[in-house]
Design a protein around this ligand. Sequence first.
Ligand SMILES: Cc1cc2nc3c(=O)[nH]c(=O)nc-3n(C[C@H](O)[C@H](O)[C@H](O)COP(=O)(O)OP(=O)(O)OC[C@H]3O[C@@H](n4cnc5c(N)ncnc54)[C@H](O)[C@@H]3O)c2cc1C
Length: 337
Amino acid sequence: MKTFVYIDHFKGEVQPASWEALGLAKSFGAAIALVFGKSVDAVAKAAVEYGADEVLVADDSSLEDYRAETYASTLAALASSLNPNLILFPTTARTRELAAMSAVDLNTGVLTDLIALEANGDSFVATRPIYEGKLMEKIVCAGKPVMATIRGRAFPKPERVSGKSGTVTKVTAAGEAKSTVEGYSASESAVNLGDAGIIVSGGRGVSNNPALTPPAGMDEKQAEVWRAQQGFALVTELAKLLGGAVGASRAAVDGGYIPYAHQVGQTGKVVAPDLYIACGISGAIQHLVGMRNAKVIVAINKDADAPIFKQARYGVVGDLFQIVPALTEALKKKLGK
Ligand SMILES: Cc1cc2nc3c(=O)[nH]c(=O)nc-3n(C[C@H](O)[C@H](O)[C@H](O)COP(=O)(O)OP(=O)(O)OC[C@H]3O[C@@H](n4cnc5c(N)ncnc54)[C@H](O)[C@@H]3O)c2cc1C
């Protein structure tokens, strides 16, 4: 069994689920990493250290910026000549496009956003959540090679063995891009909830601390947002201490407490961290679909009947403005920080 694994990166910064895809590929047999870009030696080296049996590197100025046309043509040319059984991608905005476009070139299909993949002879049976995670769908792809994008954090990441040496083969880029990148600018959505191992989230409850007196001259809405910012400062301090990311409910986003990039749920990000701490979040179904795959859920809410407690492994009934700082202090002591 031979599997290609597309290593998705931006200017050398690799999407961690690429390594998870590599680990999955190894469980089927030979794993061949594909690294495209310009000056990507460090990415190729990392692919070897994460266990690739071989790395095919297309290092070319035409591949400096991700363009679907050139990347898909290069990938399809390699697949046509080397005939892998399976091509894996981490699920990202780029790979959704790249996998689909390469599949057209290769006259095959794509299985997307998988959380499980089993070999069945020379075929594969994939599992993916549908209908907001209420149903699991089993799918197979009749085309060859089978192409699949895997959901981040759904598969274990292999250990990195520093200094490991392996076979790195240069290959040529193919195709011509019809569009060019004019430039990049950072946006506020540089919040990477999808890869976070720990997420501390705040909901409407972070604005609910009548004891806090806002600065004079604020109207009611301004005072609410100001209070919420004090609440999110506590949430953020806890997240930072744990090396995690800050999430939010839609009520918090709609309330103007925090940018949309932090929203978890049906119309936000779907996350699967090891630990999810929900502070002042009721647990509406639209929020739950975004976080219920977290390994451990902790809920802090002053309403003992809040639905979030049905999902939580650990629940604290109380005022988050007391509980969160106390938890942060206790963890600081425990972690010696
Ligand atoms: C089509 C659609 C899509 C949606 N998509 C999303 C989505 O992607 N994500 C999402 O989150 N929601 C989404 N929603 C909204 C969702 O239905 C809920 O309205 C929202 O999740 C509620 O957010 P919340 O839990 O922060 O607020 P609330 O439901 O108002 O809950 C606030 C909680 O805070 C607690 N609380 C208050 N004060 C304190 C305190 N001092 N200490 C501790 N606890 C306190 C309260 O007891 C309460 O349980 C969507 C809705 C629709 C219709």
